[in-house]
Design a protein around this ligand. Structure first.
Ligand code: SD4
Length: 321
Protein backbone atom coordinates (compact mmCIF):
# COMPACT_ATOMS: atom_id res chain seq x y z
CA UNK A 1 0.00 0.00 0.00
CA UNK A 2 1.55 3.26 -1.12
CA UNK A 3 1.92 6.01 1.44
CA UNK A 4 1.85 9.02 -0.86
CA UNK A 5 2.41 11.82 -1.41
CA UNK A 6 5.72 12.21 0.39
CA UNK A 7 8.01 15.13 1.13
CA UNK A 8 11.33 14.33 2.78
CA UNK A 9 14.30 16.61 3.24
CA UNK A 10 17.65 16.76 5.00
CA UNK A 11 17.98 18.40 8.42
CA UNK A 12 15.27 20.00 10.50
CA UNK A 13 14.17 22.39 7.80
CA UNK A 14 10.49 22.04 8.65
CA UNK A 15 9.39 25.20 6.90
CA UNK A 16 10.75 23.84 3.63
CA UNK A 17 8.91 20.57 4.19
CA UNK A 18 5.69 22.39 4.96
CA UNK A 19 6.06 24.69 1.95
CA UNK A 20 6.51 21.74 -0.39
CA UNK A 21 3.59 19.87 1.16
CA UNK A 22 1.27 22.87 0.88
CA UNK A 23 2.31 23.31 -2.70
CA UNK A 24 1.30 19.71 -3.44
CA UNK A 25 -1.97 20.16 -1.59
CA UNK A 26 -2.79 23.22 -3.66
CA UNK A 27 -2.51 21.08 -6.77
CA UNK A 28 1.01 21.98 -7.87
CA UNK A 29 3.23 19.41 -9.52
CA UNK A 30 5.94 17.59 -7.53
CA UNK A 31 8.52 19.67 -9.44
CA UNK A 32 6.86 22.90 -8.35
CA UNK A 33 6.59 21.55 -4.81
CA UNK A 34 10.25 20.56 -4.51
CA UNK A 35 11.31 23.87 -6.01
CA UNK A 36 9.12 25.87 -3.62
CA UNK A 37 10.42 23.87 -0.65
CA UNK A 38 14.05 24.53 -1.52
CA UNK A 39 13.30 28.16 -2.39
CA UNK A 40 11.78 28.62 1.08
CA UNK A 41 15.10 27.53 2.56
CA UNK A 42 17.00 29.89 0.28
CA UNK A 43 14.86 32.82 1.43
CA UNK A 44 15.17 31.71 5.04
CA UNK A 45 18.94 31.17 4.76
CA UNK A 46 18.42 27.78 6.43
CA UNK A 47 21.22 27.33 8.98
CA UNK A 48 23.26 29.86 7.02
CA UNK A 49 24.02 26.98 4.67
CA UNK A 50 21.39 27.59 2.03
CA UNK A 51 20.96 30.78 0.06
CA UNK A 52 22.62 34.17 0.37
CA UNK A 53 24.77 35.43 3.21
CA UNK A 54 26.46 32.18 4.19
CA UNK A 55 29.77 30.40 3.73
CA UNK A 56 31.86 33.05 1.99
CA UNK A 57 34.69 31.76 -0.17
CA UNK A 58 38.35 32.77 0.20
CA UNK A 59 37.59 36.15 -1.34
CA UNK A 60 34.54 36.74 0.85
CA UNK A 61 31.93 36.02 -1.81
CA UNK A 62 28.97 33.70 -1.31
CA UNK A 63 28.15 31.55 -4.34
CA UNK A 64 25.41 28.98 -4.74
CA UNK A 65 25.02 25.42 -6.06
CA UNK A 66 21.64 23.85 -6.82
CA UNK A 67 20.01 21.04 -8.76
CA UNK A 68 16.56 19.83 -9.71
CA UNK A 69 15.72 16.45 -11.24
CA UNK A 70 12.57 15.04 -12.77
CA UNK A 71 12.45 11.28 -12.19
CA UNK A 72 9.76 10.77 -14.83
CA UNK A 73 11.78 12.16 -17.72
CA UNK A 74 15.29 12.00 -16.19
CA UNK A 75 15.70 15.68 -17.00
CA UNK A 76 18.11 17.61 -14.80
CA UNK A 77 18.92 21.29 -14.41
CA UNK A 78 21.73 22.57 -12.22
CA UNK A 79 23.93 25.55 -11.46
CA UNK A 80 27.36 25.62 -9.84
CA UNK A 81 29.14 28.60 -8.36
CA UNK A 82 26.18 30.87 -9.14
CA UNK A 83 26.97 34.50 -8.29
CA UNK A 84 24.65 37.36 -7.30
CA UNK A 85 21.38 35.45 -7.68
CA UNK A 86 19.53 34.30 -4.59
CA UNK A 87 17.13 31.75 -6.03
CA UNK A 88 19.61 29.09 -7.14
CA UNK A 89 17.07 26.26 -7.37
CA UNK A 90 14.90 28.50 -9.56
CA UNK A 91 17.83 29.03 -11.91
CA UNK A 92 18.44 25.26 -11.90
CA UNK A 93 14.81 24.80 -12.95
CA UNK A 94 15.33 27.33 -15.74
CA UNK A 95 18.38 25.41 -16.95
CA UNK A 96 16.23 22.28 -17.10
CA UNK A 97 13.30 23.88 -18.84
CA UNK A 98 14.83 26.56 -21.01
CA UNK A 99 18.04 24.96 -22.24
CA UNK A 100 19.21 21.64 -23.59
CA UNK A 101 21.99 21.61 -20.98
CA UNK A 102 22.22 20.06 -17.54
CA UNK A 103 24.73 22.21 -15.66
CA UNK A 104 25.76 25.86 -16.10
CA UNK A 105 28.45 27.35 -13.87
CA UNK A 106 30.00 30.52 -12.53
CA UNK A 107 29.66 33.98 -13.97
CA UNK A 108 28.00 32.58 -17.07
CA UNK A 109 25.31 30.99 -14.93
CA UNK A 110 24.63 34.44 -13.49
CA UNK A 111 24.35 35.94 -16.97
CA UNK A 112 21.97 33.13 -17.92
CA UNK A 113 19.92 33.79 -14.78
CA UNK A 114 19.72 37.48 -15.59
CA UNK A 115 18.60 36.64 -19.12
CA UNK A 116 15.87 34.51 -17.55
CA UNK A 117 14.70 37.46 -15.48
CA UNK A 118 16.28 36.66 -12.11
CA UNK A 119 17.36 39.67 -10.10
CA UNK A 120 21.06 40.34 -9.76
CA UNK A 121 22.01 41.38 -6.22
CA UNK A 122 24.80 40.91 -3.74
CA UNK A 123 24.75 37.65 -1.80
CA UNK A 124 26.83 39.17 0.99
CA UNK A 125 25.40 40.20 4.34
CA UNK A 126 26.90 41.78 7.43
CA UNK A 127 27.14 38.28 8.89
CA UNK A 128 28.94 36.79 5.89
CA UNK A 129 31.34 39.74 5.80
CA UNK A 130 31.98 39.26 9.49
CA UNK A 131 32.63 35.54 9.01
CA UNK A 132 35.04 36.45 6.26
CA UNK A 133 36.93 39.09 8.20
CA UNK A 134 37.18 36.89 11.28
CA UNK A 135 38.65 34.18 9.12
CA UNK A 136 41.06 36.63 7.45
CA UNK A 137 42.17 37.92 10.82
CA UNK A 138 43.00 34.51 12.18
CA UNK A 139 46.71 33.96 12.47
CA UNK A 140 46.23 30.62 10.89
CA UNK A 141 43.42 30.46 8.39
CA UNK A 142 41.99 26.96 8.01
CA UNK A 143 41.45 26.53 4.30
CA UNK A 144 41.17 24.05 1.49
CA UNK A 145 44.57 24.58 -0.06
CA UNK A 146 47.25 21.97 0.25
CA UNK A 147 50.45 23.91 0.67
CA UNK A 148 53.63 22.44 -0.70
CA UNK A 149 55.50 24.45 1.91
CA UNK A 150 53.00 24.98 4.66
CA UNK A 151 53.41 28.39 6.20
CA UNK A 152 51.52 28.28 9.47
CA UNK A 153 51.50 32.05 9.61
CA UNK A 154 49.37 32.09 6.50
CA UNK A 155 47.52 28.83 6.44
CA UNK A 156 46.56 25.91 8.63
CA UNK A 157 46.42 23.63 5.64
CA UNK A 158 43.36 21.84 4.36
CA UNK A 159 40.24 23.03 6.10
CA UNK A 160 38.19 20.28 7.70
CA UNK A 161 34.51 20.99 8.09
CA UNK A 162 33.62 20.07 11.65
CA UNK A 163 30.20 18.57 12.00
CA UNK A 164 28.69 18.87 15.41
CA UNK A 165 25.50 17.85 17.11
CA UNK A 166 24.83 21.02 19.03
CA UNK A 167 22.17 23.33 17.65
CA UNK A 168 23.29 25.73 14.97
CA UNK A 169 23.59 29.36 15.74
CA UNK A 170 20.70 31.43 14.67
CA UNK A 171 20.06 32.30 11.09
CA UNK A 172 22.77 34.17 9.29
CA UNK A 173 25.44 33.63 11.92
CA UNK A 174 27.54 31.17 10.07
CA UNK A 175 30.02 29.02 11.88
CA UNK A 176 32.84 27.02 10.37
CA UNK A 177 31.03 23.91 11.48
CA UNK A 178 27.70 24.38 9.78
CA UNK A 179 27.28 22.93 6.36
CA UNK A 180 23.71 21.92 6.02
CA UNK A 181 22.56 21.68 2.46
CA UNK A 182 18.90 21.17 1.77
CA UNK A 183 18.25 18.06 -0.27
CA UNK A 184 14.60 17.23 -0.84
CA UNK A 185 12.70 14.38 -2.44
CA UNK A 186 9.04 14.80 -3.35
CA UNK A 187 6.89 11.92 -4.55
CA UNK A 188 3.52 12.86 -5.96
CA UNK A 189 0.28 11.01 -5.45
CA UNK A 190 0.72 9.20 -8.75
CA UNK A 191 4.31 8.20 -7.99
CA UNK A 192 6.31 10.87 -9.78
CA UNK A 193 9.67 11.15 -8.02
CA UNK A 194 11.58 14.45 -8.11
CA UNK A 195 14.54 15.71 -6.14
CA UNK A 196 16.35 19.00 -5.61
CA UNK A 197 19.21 20.52 -3.65
CA UNK A 198 20.36 24.01 -2.76
CA UNK A 199 23.45 25.13 -0.86
CA UNK A 200 26.05 27.83 -0.49
CA UNK A 201 28.69 25.12 -0.22
CA UNK A 202 31.75 25.18 1.97
CA UNK A 203 33.17 28.10 3.94
CA UNK A 204 36.46 29.52 2.68
CA UNK A 205 36.37 27.37 -0.42
CA UNK A 206 38.75 28.13 -3.23
CA UNK A 207 36.78 30.36 -5.64
CA UNK A 208 35.28 28.20 -8.35
CA UNK A 209 34.89 25.18 -6.12
CA UNK A 210 31.69 23.33 -6.89
CA UNK A 211 30.45 20.69 -4.47
CA UNK A 212 28.32 17.60 -4.77
CA UNK A 213 24.95 19.31 -4.53
CA UNK A 214 24.54 20.30 -8.22
CA UNK A 215 25.92 16.98 -9.51
CA UNK A 216 23.26 14.48 -10.54
CA UNK A 217 23.78 11.21 -8.68
CA UNK A 218 25.93 12.92 -6.06
CA UNK A 219 23.79 15.64 -4.43
CA UNK A 220 20.53 14.02 -5.46
CA UNK A 221 18.96 11.57 -7.88
CA UNK A 222 15.43 10.62 -8.85
CA UNK A 223 13.92 7.85 -10.94
CA UNK A 224 10.17 7.44 -10.76
CA UNK A 225 10.42 3.71 -11.39
CA UNK A 226 12.48 3.33 -8.19
CA UNK A 227 12.66 6.32 -5.87
CA UNK A 228 15.00 9.14 -4.96
CA UNK A 229 17.93 10.08 -2.76
CA UNK A 230 19.63 13.30 -1.62
CA UNK A 231 22.90 13.81 0.21
CA UNK A 232 24.48 16.35 2.52
CA UNK A 233 27.90 16.63 4.06
CA UNK A 234 31.45 17.07 2.85
CA UNK A 235 30.75 17.37 -0.84
CA UNK A 236 34.36 17.35 -1.95
CA UNK A 237 34.60 13.78 -0.76
CA UNK A 238 31.02 12.65 -1.24
CA UNK A 239 30.88 13.51 -4.93
CA UNK A 240 33.58 10.92 -5.56
CA UNK A 241 31.10 8.18 -4.67
CA UNK A 242 27.87 9.31 -6.33
CA UNK A 243 25.99 8.25 -3.19
CA UNK A 244 22.55 9.33 -4.41
CA UNK A 245 22.89 7.34 -7.61
CA UNK A 246 24.21 4.37 -5.67
CA UNK A 247 21.32 4.44 -3.23
CA UNK A 248 18.73 4.59 -6.02
CA UNK A 249 20.39 1.70 -7.82
CA UNK A 250 20.41 -0.36 -4.63
CA UNK A 251 16.70 0.30 -4.17
CA UNK A 252 16.21 -0.75 -7.79
CA UNK A 253 17.80 -4.07 -6.85
CA UNK A 254 15.40 -4.50 -3.97
CA UNK A 255 17.08 -2.79 -1.02
CA UNK A 256 14.88 -0.92 1.43
CA UNK A 257 15.45 2.84 1.61
CA UNK A 258 17.24 2.45 4.94
CA UNK A 259 19.49 -0.34 3.66
CA UNK A 260 20.27 1.63 0.50
CA UNK A 261 21.14 4.74 2.52
CA UNK A 262 23.36 2.70 4.84
CA UNK A 263 25.24 1.08 1.97
CA UNK A 264 25.89 4.44 0.31
CA UNK A 265 27.34 5.79 3.56
CA UNK A 266 29.42 2.66 4.21
CA UNK A 267 30.96 2.98 0.76
CA UNK A 268 32.28 6.44 1.65
CA UNK A 269 33.17 5.50 5.21
CA UNK A 270 35.35 2.66 4.03
CA UNK A 271 37.71 5.19 2.44
CA UNK A 272 37.05 8.28 4.56
CA UNK A 273 35.97 7.21 8.06
CA UNK A 274 36.36 10.73 9.44
CA UNK A 275 34.38 12.56 6.80
CA UNK A 276 30.85 13.73 7.52
CA UNK A 277 28.19 12.53 5.14
CA UNK A 278 24.47 11.85 5.37
CA UNK A 279 21.80 10.77 2.92
CA UNK A 280 18.02 10.44 2.73
CA UNK A 281 16.32 7.79 0.57
CA UNK A 282 12.72 7.21 -0.48
CA UNK A 283 11.10 4.61 -2.68
CA UNK A 284 8.25 5.14 -5.07
CA UNK A 285 5.65 3.71 -2.69
CA UNK A 286 6.54 6.25 0.00
CA UNK A 287 8.92 4.18 2.13
CA UNK A 288 11.83 6.24 3.40
CA UNK A 289 15.03 6.07 5.43
CA UNK A 290 18.28 7.90 6.11
CA UNK A 291 21.85 7.23 7.17
CA UNK A 292 24.88 9.18 8.30
CA UNK A 293 28.50 8.58 9.11
CA UNK A 294 29.30 8.75 12.80
CA UNK A 295 32.18 11.09 13.44
CA UNK A 296 33.29 12.64 16.68
CA UNK A 297 30.61 14.98 17.98
CA UNK A 298 28.05 13.98 15.40
CA UNK A 299 25.98 10.94 16.32
CA UNK A 300 22.53 11.57 14.88
CA UNK A 301 21.32 13.08 11.65
CA UNK A 302 17.97 14.91 11.62
CA UNK A 303 15.66 14.84 8.64
CA UNK A 304 12.08 15.95 8.10
CA UNK A 305 9.13 14.11 6.57
CA UNK A 306 5.59 15.02 5.61
CA UNK A 307 3.25 12.26 4.46
CA UNK A 308 -0.46 11.46 4.89
CA UNK A 309 0.29 9.72 8.19
CA UNK A 310 2.28 12.50 9.79
CA UNK A 311 -0.08 15.33 8.90
CA UNK A 312 2.68 17.77 9.85
CA UNK A 313 6.41 18.12 9.25
CA UNK A 314 7.76 15.26 11.33
CA UNK A 315 11.31 15.49 12.57
CA UNK A 316 13.25 12.21 12.64
CA UNK A 317 16.74 11.50 13.89
CA UNK A 318 18.67 8.56 12.61
CA UNK A 319 21.61 7.12 14.56
CA UNK A 320 24.78 7.38 12.52
CA UNK A 321 26.67 4.23 11.57
C1 SD4 B 1 28.88 20.95 -0.24
N1 SD4 B 1 27.40 19.16 0.32
O1 SD4 B 1 28.90 21.91 -0.97
C2 SD4 B 1 27.59 20.57 0.41
C3 SD4 B 1 27.58 21.05 1.80
C4 SD4 B 1 26.62 20.33 2.65
O2 SD4 B 1 25.68 19.84 4.63
O3 SD4 B 1 25.89 19.47 2.30
N2 SD4 B 1 26.53 20.54 3.86
O4 SD4 B 1 29.86 20.25 0.00
Amino acid sequence: EANLPLVINTWGFEKATLTAWRSLQSGSSPLDAVQSGCSACEEDQCDGSVGFGGHPDETGETTLDALIMNGDTMEVGAVGGLRRVKNAVGVARAVMEHTLHTLIVGESASVFAQDMGFRSESLSTNESMQTFSEWLNQKCQPNYRRSVFPDPAVSCGPYKPRAEAKPRQKRGLVTLSSHDTIGMIVIGQSGQVVAATSTNGASHKVPGRVGDSPIAGAGAYADSSVGGAAATGDGDIMMRFLPSFLAVELMRSGATPTAACNSAIYRIKKHYPEVFGAIICANSTGGFGAACNKISGFLQFPFTVFNPQSNKPQLYKVDCV
